[in-house]
Design a protein around this ligand. Structure first.
Ligand code: TRP
Length: 329
């Protein structure tokens, strides 16, 4: 403590999987030790694609909070809250929208891609709100004058836009806001159990909330070298999905395993059994924390409301400065 202030958020969009954890949350848990962190559950962003059926949102928010707490985000050290509970996010989004050229939003590469993708799935997101998705992200970040935003590379165009909007505001009115920088980590990319990208829509995920038995079952289904029929056939770790998992969860044994596999000394079943046990150990603390919080909706509610209160103190202060700069006070 203290390298500066961080803001990040995730959309509460259903079940969180181990790939999501390795890609982002694992990094947040590390960063909380060195930075002052604000982490929001981006329910307003979820509305951009889920506006027609919002019934799952409360459950998704609860599950996301449970995942974050299980992963080890400490509610004492960080400000953890629901985006819509701090109304300043919506307020700043509106003010920024007045001075953001339409073309800046239309040219964000994720905009047309997602519009088309979701359109093909029968979801019409040709809305004002969806176009403003990165505008709302900008408001989220700069409301806290966060210097750093840990996100995946896919969010780079959004951060670039956030900086442009920030500069425009600061130039038009007064230097109220801080230009945010991305904090890219070399995130570990965990493939799905079939070797493709881990994704809910491929049905190849390992749920982050998996119990030890569920974990054993999913790991048993990981695809290995298709050329190995008998267990003493020589294996090819470079094409084996279980090997990729071992690289992330079982670093100590990796070179021995590689040798044994190439030499046909260990079968895939045994190799995956070993992997599952190693993963269970790595995730043991998370499992314990999950059991502590699971079902305690009141406690989770209080944590999020406490977070919203703390966030609002900062957000209200920034809003006062922004409004003064725009002669709205
Ligand atoms: N768009 C981000 C995602 O899908 C979530 C998000 C919302 C966010 N607001 C943010 C990320 C602000 C970083 C900063 O992952």
């Amino acid at each position: 403590m203290n390298k500066g202030r961080i803001f990040s958020a995730m959309q509460p969009s259903g079940k969180f999987h181990l790939g999501n954890y390795m890609g982002a949350l694992e990094n947040w848990v590390k960063l909380q030790k060195e930075y002052e962190c604000f982490f929001a559950i981006a329910d307003l962003h979820a509305l951009t694609s889920a506006y027609a059926d919002t019934s799952k949102i409360p459950e998704n928010i609860y599950n996301m909070a449970l995942d974050w707490l299980s992963a080890g985000l400490d509610p004492e050290k960080n400000v953890i809250f629901i985006q819509s509970h701090v109304k300043e996010h919506a307020e700043l989004h509106l003010l920024l929208s007045m001075m953001t050229p339409l073309s800046w939003l239309e040219r964000v590469p994720t905009y047309k891609d997602k519009l088309q993708n979701l359109g093909e799935q029968g979801k019409d997101i040709n809305t004002y709100g969806f176009l403003g998705y990165p505008e709302l992200m900008t408001a989220d970040i700069i409301l806290y004058k966060a210097g750093w935003v840990p996100v995946g590379e896919d969010q780079n165009p959004h951060l670039e836009l956030a900086r442009e909007i920030t500069r425009r505001f600061n130039m038009l009115y007064a230097p109220v806001f801080v230009e945010p920088q991305g904090l890219m980590s070399r995130a570990s990319v965990l493939p799905g159990i079939d070797g493709r990208k881990m994704s809910k829509s491929y049905g190849n995920t390992i749920p982050f909330a998996a119990s030890p038995d569920e974990l054993r079952e999913r790991v048993r289904m990981i695809v290995t070298d298709p050329q190995r029929i008998k267990k003493d056939d020589p294996g090819h770790p470079e094409v084996c999905v279980a090997y990729k998992f071992h690289q992330l969860f079982n670093k100590e044994e990796i070179s021995q395993l590689e040798q044994d596999c190439r030499g046909g000394c260990i079968g895939c079943v045994a190799c995956k059994k070993n992997l599952a046990e190693k993963m269970i150990v790595v995730m043991a603390d998370m499992h314990v924390r999950r059991q502590e919080y699971e079902g305690r909706k009141g406690l989770i509610h209080d944590i999020l409301e406490d977070g919203a209160k703390k966030a609002q103190v900062v957000a209200a202060q920034t809003m006062a400065e922004a409004k003064e700069a725009m002669h709205l006070i």
